[in-house]
Design a protein around this ligand. Structure first.
Ligand code: TRP
Length: 503
């Protein structure tokens, strides 16, 4: 059943720009600094297989659902869900789900930008040969000095948000499409160049085997902090779900779902383009780029006798040692940080766009005004994370409030307020908002929207595509997302609230 609605906000010029934009959104810092390490630590090829399985049974069905909602509603997530819920004669409270995902994206942007700002700063530093000949301690010290300075962090956070705002303010064709056409192919080319460098580097095979060696034992058996397998009293290995849960969680996180970005990208998508095919290729591209990143990074890490790491410690304290020691390290290093910057930029654009579209619709603002408001607000919230990076915990950050209520005397409050603002925002978003959003998106499209509407929007030639998708989205994805939700919450509470010594 056709909806007859059209987008009042712009359109992609074809399937390719949509593919690039969605891939750009999905490929973020997580692909480069998290995935390769997690793969290596959890059984290489064995982990990749399990992860791909979850990408197809958890991530892809929700991804397709987001596009269906956007392309059918042709409005911001909030208003699309409002219209579609009315169309299905269900409660209009479903619109709140659109609000929830939009807020989640807005909050992620606030801290993503602080990290991306540091990436920008480091690309300048590495290019200026600041790390040449520096020891591991020197590099670590440089990073500690850099991040303990809130003014510098704030300045780079501001620069990054401004760049994102400029792109988004130019609209779908001249802004989003124009930038992803350059950055996404450039990102792949730069990673290929880095990999070629790694091939000439004698540790390529070490890096490749770290990533690809099939080790089911590492995936399913528990290890201690030193990395040796834990053997129980009967002499057998101890089974753990950790690796499998990690594969599930990352499969969901990596596609950039649950923040309304894919819904909005669906709004701009022409009806004739196949949702099943394009989303499938986005998932493949996302994983391929993440593996490519691993093939570029780990050979360098191992060639310089460094140990594998992930996240900020990999890029700010491990890799600069190698860049400082190698010939043309300033070129290779800036290529690497530029790659990270492009990955973060195209994700940040996707994170901002839903809030902007919502403001345009709601307040009849121009796009530029909406960008200033949404981008400005995200910049402001990001200040919490600036303080977090430079070492302040939540109590220091909002000490006025906590002092007022004497919250620090309450045990649980004490522990929560000892976390940094970043840990709290990140915890709320990735552990609660993203899984709850994903679950409700699956429930909405699988159970609330009529089968005719979703079949019409999916528009698959092969009837099996629709049937398989519908079973996944109604039963399998929601059930598995619940598992991710429960496991994530359990781990967070354990890690931050229960076992942390009270100071
Ligand atoms: N997928 C991104 C990464 O791998 C991070 C991310 C999570 C994201 N949710 C998002 C990016 C939503 C854009 C939109 O780093």
């Amino acid at each position: 059943m056709a909806s007859g609605r059209v987008s009042h906000l712009g359109e992609w010029s074809g399937g390719m720009p949509f593919f690039l934009a969605a891939t750009g959104a999905a490929v973020g810092l997580g692909n480069i600094w998290k995935f390769p390490y997690v793969v290596g630590e959890n059984g290489g090829g064995a982990f990749v297989l399990v992860y791909l399985f979850f990408v197809f049974v958890i991530g892809l069905p929700v991804f397709m659902s987001e596009i269906i909602i956007g392309r059918r509603g042709r409005q911001s997530p909030y208003h699309s869900l409002y219209i579609l819920a009315s169309e299905a004669q269900h409660s209009r409270h479903w619109a709140k789900l659109g609000g929830l995902v939009t807020i989640a994206g807005f909050l992620i942007l606030s801290y993503y930008s602080v990290v991306a700002g540091q990436v920008m700063a480091y690309s300048v530093r590495v290019a200026s040969s600041a790390f040449v000949g520096m020891s591991a301690d020197g590099v670590l010290n440089t990073y500690n000095v850099f991040r303990s300075n809130p003014e510098t962090l704030l300045a780079w956070h501001t620069v990054f948000i401004v760049v994102v705002c400029i792109v988004v303010s130019r609209g779908v064709k001249k802004g989003l499409e124009a930038i992803v056409k350059i950055t996404v192919p450039a990102l792949v080319i730069m990673l290929l160049l880095l990999m070629v460098y790694a091939i000439y580097n004698h540790s390529f095979l070490n890096g490749a085997s770290y990533l690809f060696d099939f080790d089911f034992k590492k995936l399913i058996y528990a290890r201690d902090v030193a990395g040796s397998f834990i053997i129980d009293s009967s002499g057998s290995y101890q089974f753990t779900f950790k690796g499998i849960l990690m594969a599930m969680g990352h499969a969901f996180f990596t596609l950039g779902l649950s923040v309304g970005a894919m819904m909005v990208y669906g709004v701009y998508l022409d009806r004739d383009i196949s949702i099943g095919k394009t989303t499938f290729f986005v998932a493949i591209a996302d994983t391929s780029i993440a593996l490519l990143a691993g093939l570029a990074i780990f050979p360098i890490v191992f060639a310089y006798g460094l140990s594998a790491a992930q996240g900020p410690s990999l890029v700010f304290t491990t890799l600069p040692i190698a860049f400082g020691a190698m010939y043309f390290g300033n070129v290779i290093g800036s290529l690497f940080f530029l790659t990270l910057f492009f990955a973060a930029l195209t994700s940040a654009i996707a994170l901002l766009e839903p809030s902007v579209v919502w403001l345009i619709e709601r307040s009849k603002m121009t796009r530029v005004q909406a960008v200033v408001w949404a981008g400005g607000a995200s910049w402001f919230v990001g200040i919490i994370s600036v303080f977090a990076v430079s070492g302040a915990n939540l109590r220091d950050t909002i000490f006025v409030i906590t002092d007022f209520f004497s919250i620090s005397d309450i045990d649980l409050g004490h522990r929560i307020f000892n976390l940094t603002g970043f840990q709290v925002i990140d915890g709320i978003v990735t552990l609660v908002l993203l899984p709850v959003g994903g679950l409700l998106i699956a429930v909405f499209v699988g159970w609330i929207m009529s089968a005719e509407s979703s079949r019409y929007e999916l528009n698959a030639k092969n009837p099996w595509v629709y049937t398989t998708w519908r079973i996944l989205v109604r039963y399998i994805s929601p059930a598995l997302i619940l598992v991710i939700f429960a496991a994530g919450l359990f781990e967070w509470v354990n890690k931050y609230l229960l076992y942390q010594p009270v100071l």
